[in-house]
Design a protein around this ligand. Structure first.
Ligand SMILES: [Cu+2]
Length: 489
């Protein structure tokens, strides 16, 4: 059990000077905690006895990108959002030092949900800029806990990124896995909507209205995409330590294309098995594990899905290795389906009217294929006529960006965009876009050639056709990760 939030507000106590308090940790061996920045997790603790663990965490107020072209003044535990990951063992005595960098403007403190005692440490760690405070606690309960700043206004300190995870490893540790990663969701409040350029301040109004402009993993729209994607190999088991800093939203955490073999729900030590989506409350956590049975890119989302596609809650796990066709075949069939318009139906209808000559519209196979492939794979974002949605999804119809590549000598970029997705700032027909296109999977070389030919030769576009050989060559150029992005939602 721990203290209530009201006790945190006592934190507005006078600033204490040098503190003399020190818990009696007896003759425990002393060690310095290994702290890691996200998405990394400190190595498992291998000792089988308690220790005195010294944690030194520095608060740093700093400007960082929250999305491409958008800056935000974050308040951090250790220079990152979320703050440094802390790992201790049940029964350890933790000597906690909080340092507030002299260049900072505000006092801060820390409430660790792993602490038993009033305020979770908050009232003992109220720290002015240029000061260091210390308190000691015993890690009585195992599990994965959020820590956060609790200095008034508490919501604002949390909204600015002041949270992280502390894992109190059980005496009987979880089985060893191949990789452990650290992901924390948080909601952010700025006057400008998602993607509005420049330096964006904190908006108290939006925070009170619980109307975030950003909902992010690890404090930035690009923290887990592109080169920053999490990585693993087929056959490995991955464990994610997932937290939700809030301050307001609850997360419906899901990985597209995977099933959690185990979820230590709410960060406790009992596991549920075979879970699709797990609920992570604000100020809560979960540990999820899954074995990777086949290759591809798996997408981390909050399944409150507008947050993912419009507010930035998107991460990627890139899994290299062999595709297991028995587990996942990839697309096996995509043929024309005419329903009631089928040739057989038409012939029958025609022959019923004997005097009339049957006139069956000959379907132009290639063209229809392209249209169908477009409708299935691209239209949901780029819209039925390729017109896009201004500021959100760029147009493909008469798009200077697309046509410049289509008419150039090396058109590999288009194959790359489709197979690997696209993020980052681009300008299309004079309008800026800074979204996330997820990789499109399951297209054969033939289909991709047909699709790209369609896109570059419809709605007033005109370019040389793409051939199967051309696409094949570009796909090879993309290497192992190029062809098997099986995570398109
Ligand atoms: Cu703070």
């Amino acid at each position: 059990m721990r203290g209530s939030l009201t006790s945190l507000l006592i934190a507005a106590a006078p600033i204490l000077g040098a503190l003399s308090f020190s818990a009696n940790a007896g003759d425990l061996p002393t060690e310095k905690a290994v702290l890691t920045a996200p998405p990394l997790v400190p190595p498992p603790i291998t000792r089988s006895h308690p220790a005195k663990v010294v944690v030194e965490l520095e608060v740093v107020e700093k400007v960082m990108p929250i999305a491409e072209g958008v800056e935000y003044t974050f308040w951090t535990f250790g220079g990152t959002v979320p703050g440094k990951f802390i790992r201790v063992r049940k029964g350890d005595t933790v000597e906690f030092h909080l340092m507030n960098h002299p260049g900072n403007k505000l006092p801060h403190n820390i409430d660790l949900h792993a602490v038993t005692g009033p305020g979770g440490g908050a009232s003992s760690t109220f720290t002015a800029p240029g000061h260091r405070t210390r308190f000691t606690f015993k890690a009585l309960n195992p599990g994965l806990y959020i820590y956060h700043c609790a200095t008034a206004p508490v919501g604002m300190h949390i909204a600015n990124g002041m949270y992280g995870l502390i894992y109190v490893q059980p005496e009987d540790p979880l089985p060893k896995v191949d990789r452990e990663y650290y992901v924390v969701q948080g909601d952010f409040y700025t006057p400008g909507d998602f993607g509005k350029k420049g330096n964006q301040p904190f908006s108290m109004k939006r925070a009170i209205d619980e109307n975030p402009s950003y909902v992010l993993f690890n404090g930035s729209a690009s923290s887990l995409v592109g080169d920053n994607a999490l990585k693993a190999k087929v056959g490995e088991t991955v464990r994610l330590f997932v937290g939700n800093g809030g301050p307001n939203l609850v997360s419906s955490f899901h990985v597209i294309g995977e099933i959690f073999d185990k979820v230590y729900f709410e960060g406790g030590i009992r596991a549920q098995e075979h879970v699709q989506t797990t609920l992570i409350p604000a100020g809560g956590s979960a540990i999820v594990e899954f074995k990777l049975d086949t290759n591809g890119t798996y997408i981390l989302v909050d399944h409150s899905i507008f947050r993912t596609f419009n507010k930035g809650t998107l991460g990627m796990l890139k899994v290299d290795g062999e595709q297991d066709k028995a587990v996942y075949s990839g697309k096996e069939l995509d043929e024309i389906y005419l329903g009631d318009e089928s040739v057989a139906t038409q012939i029958k209808a025609q022959s019923d009217k004997k005097d009339e000559k049957p006139k069956i519209a000959r379907v132009e196979t290639k063209k229809l294929d392209g249209a169908a492939l477009f409708a299935k794979n691209c239209a949901m974002c780029h819209q039925a006529q390729g017109q896009g949605i201004p500021g959100v999804f760029p147009p493909l119809a008469k798009a200077d960006y697309l046509m410049k590549i289509a008419k150039s000598g090396d058109r590999s970029e288009l194959v790359k965009i489709v197979l690997q997705g696209k993020t980052g700032k681009i300008t299309v027909n004079g309008q800026e876009y800074n979204g996330v296109m997820t990789p499109v999977s399951g297209l054969s070389d033939d289909e991709l050639a047909t699709l790209l030919t369609y896109v570059t030769n419809t709605w007033g576009n005109q370019a040389k056709s793409f051939t199967k050989t051309e696409v094949e060559k570009y796909r090879k150029g993309l290497g192992a990760a190029g062809g098997n992005m099986d995570a398109h939602p």
